[in-house]
Design a protein around this ligand. Structure first.
Ligand code: ADP
Ligand code: MG
Length: 314
């Protein structure tokens, strides 16, 4: 039996906005098996980054439960939280913005050691050089500044920094969305290799199903704050059940499709999470919607072993 490193139960985050509530994340549940990747895919605004920030406890949840390494994240005292937190790190969409522009590459990667008061100057320098080697950044860049590196190299630095404290979980929030296609594959390969070598667990967020297919063991499709479907990767891509997942798959023939093209096949815009549609949230854009879909919210249920979907038509 494989052990779950992360268990998320009915997680919600509502942001107050001019007297109303933005239901950014509205009851999401999933688990992540240690050493594997869960891909989370959805359009911009569907709540993916909010899930990331909730798991890292960068923001407080409205309700719900997150268990990480068997500990309840939201119930832990501050001190124990710090240890637990060093076991989870994040990689961001824009590597340049995630680095300190006025610090050298070496100093950027050294930051986690300094913040946690680990090692002395020479030990830290040795660790930084090891990390640079691990992620494929030449040590010649040790004294360079972030703007002197390409986007792909900057993201490698972001990955080195995320690995510094030997985390068990890395949340990758669209880590390749801003990179050229050829570079995307290199970064994905690097992440996969690191996962194998270090038994890392990933949550890999993307707005494109093609990006997460290879790296993910399970994939969840998110729409307006909820998971609409989640299954093992092969099952989801071969036997998609939700009309939204089907449309996403039709829209994305390859890794080359960019975010804009990916959603052309789905007519209309994603509704505002301030005013999600009644009934099924996807009903305003669903080709197959029937009256029930406009009034009754479908339950997210397990239709095949490990295959969850929220749709009245399934
Ligand atoms: P994604 O990462 O999928 O693009 P986000 O999680 O960033 O989506 O955002 C989900 C929704 O929550 C969006 O409608 C966004 O505008 C809203 N949102 C995110 N953060 C805040 C905030 N701090 N205050 C108000 N609304 C927010
Ligand atoms: Mg986001």
């Amino acid at each position: 039996m494989h052990k779950n490193i992360l268990e998320v139960q009915d997680l919600k985050k509502y942001f107050p906005l001019s007297g109303k509530q933005v239901k950014a994340v509205d009851g999401v549940s999933f688990s992540l098996e240690e050493g594997t990747t869960l891909g989370i895919v959805g359009e911009s605004g569907s709540g993916k980054s909010t899930i990331a920030r909730l798991i890292l406890k960068l923001i407080e949840p409205t309700s719900g439960k997150v268990d990480f390494l068997g500990e309840s994240l939201y119930d832990l005292p501050q001190k124990e939280l710090r240890t637990l937190r060093s076991n989870m790190q994040m990689i961001f969409q824009n590597p340049y913005l995630s680095l300190f522009p006025h610090l050298s590459i070496g100093d950027n990667i050294e930051q986690p050691f300094i913040i946690n008061r680990l090692g002395n100057d020479s030990v830290r320098r040795e660790k930084v050089l090891e990390l640079m080697d691990l992620v494929g950044v030449s040590k010649d860049y040790y004294h360079a500044f972030p703007h002197e590196l390409s986007g792909g190299q900057q993201q490698r630095v972001g990955i080195a920094r995320a690995l510094a404290l030997n985390p068990k979980l890395i949340i990758c929030d669209e880590p390749v969305s801003s990179l050229d296609v050829s570079i995307q594959a290199q970064i994905l390969n690097l992440l996969e290799k690191l996962q194998k070598d270090r038994n890392l667990s990933y949550i890999f967020i993307a707005h494109n199903l093609a990006v997460v297919e290879h790296i993910s063991k399970k994939v969840a499709v998110m729409y307006l704050g909820k998971f609409v479907e989640c299954a093992d990767t092969a099952e989801l891509y071969n036997n998609p059940l939700h009309p939204y997942t089907k449309a996403l798959l039709e829209a994305v023939p390859s890794l080359e499709a960019d975010g804009g093209k990916a959603f052309e096949a789905i007519y209309g815009e994603i509704p505002s999470p301030l005013n999600p549609p009644k009934g099924c949230r996807f009903c305003t854009r669903c080709k197959y919607a029937k009256p029930e879909c406009l009034s009754v919210e479908p339950e997210y249920r397990e239709v095949n072993p490990g295959h969850f979907v929220a749709c009245h038509l399934v």
